[in-house]
Design a protein around this ligand. Structure first.
Ligand code: NAD
Length: 486
């Protein structure tokens, strides 16, 4: 039963002001208590159309600005947003569930990403090909696409948005974003603050709503030129199919099941800490999380016990309570899915070393909690090996050597991140070359840098975010040849 007062929200921010959606309402729940505390009107096709039209009207003027001017405007808006982080942090924790510390890290990173692309707005250079023939030169122009639809999940609502928003806006596009149906509030306020900070009306718009209605309306809108999507692989496949009509551009940042390989010569304490941090951060709900560990059998007993011990010691609690190190899962359904994957893996033959159940603490009753869980030595075709586990449960296997570890690492439909722990540079290089993934960390884990391109291989996605490369996905190139004759 709900005991908190329910606040109602109009659900969209369009053309520089609040816009009242007319679709079905979405309930926003506090994952730490299970209580509904807000209701947000969902976006109908009409609401999406209003937002896309606003973005389309704003495009001409925005794209005509000098790129450095766009950067300057975005930078001012980002600074205004930064001044309000203390307001956004508890809001993000309340609707997402993560700890206040994790909300702080997420929001700070979101601002950093905006500022990174503000900086790059002064460094953008094109390509040219002089002297293609006597007196003939070529240049490559880059033009923005138009209106970009950004669809974002609930695990990092603001950083995943900024990965799209920042390069899209600096490149001269305008944006309509759709947050997940369960985390609309931080994104709506985020948009309002950027507009207050000077982003011109219509350049950035947000429409809350479900994937099936609002998301589909955005993907299929004829004036949308590109969809930048982060979410699950099945929805990514649907979006790619829908985007085929009109040959819309897409980037797809999808699921992952990142392997971690721990060799016998690694700094084993550091590796065990990284496994724990890399799996249980954000309650395991991260695309780039350590989701499978392969440890050399000669050192496996000690490493497995060290990881399990760290899991047992983690303080699970509500995100807004001081001292909590891991918050709840985002929804009851998400918790049940993870619990089911653990149960099916144990039934297939894995050994439970930590967790495996919801906490018994009466204070946590009602919230969507699950204890940090470690399962060792399950069969390699058990659910925790073959499916993405989007929560705090880590499977570990023993392997003979690097060849077996790499073979197991690659035996997954996913290819997002990966890590290798060894002091042997040749071994590290060999692993980095052979692991099928968009990122390989050597003696490090799951930190994404704005400077480096990020994107999955295989079922983990298509296209890149971050780095200079991101601009390629928000622009069309045109080759222009200056001939020698009239
Ligand atoms: P999801 O695919 O269910 O939803 C993501 C977004 O898509 C939400 O806004 C949702 O409303 C919308 N959506 C759903 N159906 C849609 C449709 N038919 N048309 C248009 N939009 C639609 O994903 P989720 O469960 O919310 O998020 C978890 C998944 O996201 C995990 O698989 C995780 O690995 C992945 N993820 C990937 C990255 C990455 O960068 N690769 C980052 C974070 C999360």
């Amino acid at each position: 039963m709900t005991t908190e007062t329910i606040t109602r929200f109009a659900g969209a921010f369009v053309d520089g002001r609040e816009h009242a959606n007319d679709g079905d309402p979405l309930a926003v729940t506090n994952p730490g208590t299970g209580e509904v505390f807000a209701e947000v009107a969902g976006g109908s096709e009409r609401d999406v159309d209003a937002a896309v039209r606003a973005a389309s009207s704003a495009f001409e003027e925005w794209s005509a600005q000098a790129v450095s001017k766009r950067g300057e405007i975005l930078g001012r808006a980002a600074r205004h947003l930064e001044e309000h982080l203390e307001e956004l942090i508890p809001l993000l924790t309340r609707e997402q569930g993560k700890t206040l510390r994790d909300s702080h890290i997420e929001l700070t990173k979101a601002v950093d990403t905006l500022m990174h692309y503000v900086g790059l707005s002064k460094a953008l250079r094109g390509a040219h090909a002089p002297n293609l023939a006597p007196g003939v030169d070529g240049i490559v122009l880059r033009r923005p696409l138009g209106v970009v639809g950004a669809i974002v999940p609930w695990n990092f609502p603001t950083t995943l948005l900024c990965n799209k928003l920042a390069p899209a806006l600096v490149a001269g596009n305008t944006v309509v974003a759709k947050p997940a149906g369960t985390t609309p509030l931080t994104t709506l306020r985020f948009c309002e603050l950027l507009c207050e900070g000077g982003l011109p009306a219509g350049v950035f718009n947000v429409v809350s709503g479900s994937g099936s209605v609002t998301g589909t309306a955005l993907v299929t809108h004829p004036q949308i030129r590109k969809i930048a999507f982060t979410g699950s692989t099945p929805v990514g496949e649907q979006i790619m199919a829908l985007a085929a009509r009109g040959i819309k551009r897409v980037t797809l940042e999808l699921g992952g099941s990142d392997p971690m390989i721990i060799c016998e010569d690694a700094d084993l304490d550091a590796a065990a800490s990284a496994a724990s941090m890399g799996r249980f951060y954000n309650c395991g709900q991260a695309c780039l999380a350590i989701k499978r560990v392969y440890v050399f059998e000669s050192v496996a007993d000690g490493v497995i016990e060290a990881i399990a011990d760290k899991a047992r010691r983690l303080k699970v609690g509500r995100g807004d309570v001081k001292g909590s190190q891991m918050g709840p899962l985002h929804t009851a359904g998400q918790r049940d899915e993870v619990a089911g994957q653990v149960e099916r893996t144990l039934a297939a033959g894995g050994t439970l070393l930590a967790g495996g159940a919801a906490p018994e603490d009466a204070e946590l009753e009602g919230g969507f909690f699950y204890m940090p869980t470690v399962v060792a030595d399950s069969p390699h075709d058990a659910p925790m090996a073959t499916e993405e586990v989007f929560g705090p449960a880590l499977p570990i296997w023993r392997v003979r050597d690097l060849d077996e570890a790499i073979e197991r690492a690659n035996a997954s439909p996913f290819g997002l991140g990966s890590s290798v722990w060894t002091r042997d540079l040749q071994r590290a290089r060999r692993a980095a070359e052979r692991i099928e993934a968009g990122y390989t960390w050597i003696n490090s884990r799951t930190k994404v840098y704005d400077e480096l391109p990020f994107g999955g291989w295989k079922s983990s996605g298509y296209g890149k975010e971050h780095g200079m490369e991101a601009f390629d996905y928000y622009t069309e190139s045109k080759s222009v040849v200056f001939g020698s004759q009239a």
